[in-house]
Design a protein. Sequence first.
Length: 65
Amino acid sequence: MYKNCQASEEPNVTQTDELKQETIILLRRGDLCPQCGQGRMDYDGLLNLSCPQCGYTNTTGGSFT
């Protein structure tokens, strides 16, 4: 399986990538804006949830027509 390694040896492997955790916020129409906390999320012309107060747009949930 490993080239140039004895049966009892393992290759020198170092982990350089740190584990990353992301928080996913599921927004619905009428929810408070996660950015400004004042506006209510509503659908724009492209079916993206957006905030009329600050302009924040959540494009992760989109919809097909």
